[in-house]
Design a protein around this ligand. Structure first.
Ligand SMILES: Cc1ncc(COP(=O)(O)O)c(C=O)c1O
Length: 398
């Protein structure tokens, strides 16, 4: 079907071409790299094996036999697609079971499963804050938080990265404002491009002091932080209380999907108002069964994996630091090295690729201009040789 006249089609293709040209001129053009297969720390790309430092499968659970078995048994029982959104016929027994498990795991009254972390943040935030409300957001928060705030229509105050005094000065300034129904402080627990950890104890204190809702995005904390992998709050010894916790099953859990965990009234409100939850087909039951198994494994059998993960993390971070690299204050398995401009970051990424290490350059808009980097992510699937190999390559300065 031809929708546009010839002239209009040409104008359109010229304008698309112009946009692409602009992206290419800035050296920001992105292409999709296709993985043939992956196992533990390695991926096969175009038939060539690489050590993978670009996966968030922190506990190396994505190929865990228990998880694979849970998914395949559920496939036999339920088929694949769920057929509808959760409020129609898309809520299966596994969805409810996963929510109960997550609530128990996160020590909250209730939980709600979303299809992705992106859908969770863009769904939850507009329910908590709306037009005339105020959101206080860390300047390095994830794009899905930024988009959630944009969708909410609330006013936003960006505080300097992890700067509690700056946040407090904004909160103080704001107390004079009338007619604000809700104030929300929102932060990544582990910042996805820097690998540092938000000062959750201070944030929790401020949120109480200024009668503000606190929401944390624990995408990279769940399964990784805390003695038993419960995430950011366990790491700091904070009770869940009124805090809204978002988390994903797509990273340390090695599965797919995300959740909100918190007070029952908040969860009920989300069921009734979160548009990404209401207007989207639910996760396939087999994916959900995989998630249930993953939460069980994290809860009861992941101490050894976490120990290995942290050992690997320290080996890489110490190694890069000893080589004189700035790892941007990383405290977690996300270990970036600052490259600066786009060309340098691309050059390092290419050099690593040519030598069998997969850790692509991270460029704007994912990071700020001038802060391009290589983001190494370490998993429990790596061994000492993998890490030492990457460190060996990084001895050369480009
Ligand atoms: C901090 C943070 N929040 C949310 C997301 C989105 O999660 P998902 O990949 O499940 O959509 C990501 C993933 O990249 C993330 O790093």
């Amino acid at each position: 079907m031809k929708v546009y006249s010839k002239g209009r089609t040409q104008t359109l293709s010229t304008s698309f071409h112009q946009d692409l040209k602009e992206i290419k001129e800035k050296k920001l053009f992105r292409k999709l790299e296709c993985i043939d297969s992956s196992k533990d720390s390695h991926v096969l790309i175009n038939g060539r094996s690489f050590i993978n430092f670009a996966s968030n499968d922190y506990l190396n659970l994505s190929g865990h036999p228990g998880i694979v078995k849970a998914a395949s048994s559920a496939l036999k029982k339920y088929g694949f697609g769920s057929g509808a959104s959760r409020l129609l016929s898309g809520t299966y027994v596994p969805h409810k079971k996963l929510e109960e498990r997550i609530a128990a795991f996160k020590h909250t009254q209730a939980a709600l499963v979303f299809n992705t972390g992106y859908a969770a943040n863009t769904g939850i935030i507009p329910v908590i804050a709306g037009k005339g409300d105020l959101v206080f957001s860390d300047e390095l928060n994830h794009a899905s938080i930024i988009d959630g705030i944009r969708l909410s229509g609330a006013d936003v105050m960006i505080y300097r990265h992890k700067d509690i005094s700056h946040l407090e000065s904004l909160l103080k300034k704001d107390t004079q404002r009338a007619n604000v129904k809700r104030r929300l402080i929102i932060t990544d627990t582990v910042f996805s491009m820097d690998g540092d950890i938000a000062p959750l104890s201070d944030l929790a204190k401020l949120s109480k002091q200024y009668d503000t809702v606190l929401m944390i995005d624990d995408a990279h904390g769940t399964g990784v932080l805390g003695k038993t992998g419960r995430g950011g709050l366990e790491h700091f010894g904070i009770r869940a209380g009124n805090i809204i916790q978002m988390g994903t099953l797509s990273k340390a859990a090695g599965c797919y999907g995300a959740f909100a965990a918190g007070r029952r009234d908040v969860i009920e409100l989300l069921i009734n108002r979160a548009r990404s939850f209401i207007y989207s087909t639910s996760l396939p039951p087999a994916v959900v069964e995989a998630g249930i198994k993953a939460v069980e494994i994290i809860e009861s059998g992941s101490a050894r994996l976490r120990k290995k993960l942290w050992k690997n993390t320290n080996r890489l971070n110490d190694g890069l630091t000893n080589l004189g690299y700035d790892t941007l204050g990383s405290e977690t398995p996300i270990v970036p090295i600052l490259a600066g401009d786009v060309s340098t970051a691309m050059k390092i990424g290419r050099y690593l690729y040519e030598n069998g290490v997969y850790a692509p350059a991270i460029r704007p808009p994912t990071v700020q201009e001038g802060k391009c980097r290589i983001r190494f992510t370490v998993t429990a699937g790596h061994n000492d040789e993998d890490i030492d190999f990457a460190l060996g390559l990084m001895k050369r300065r480009l």
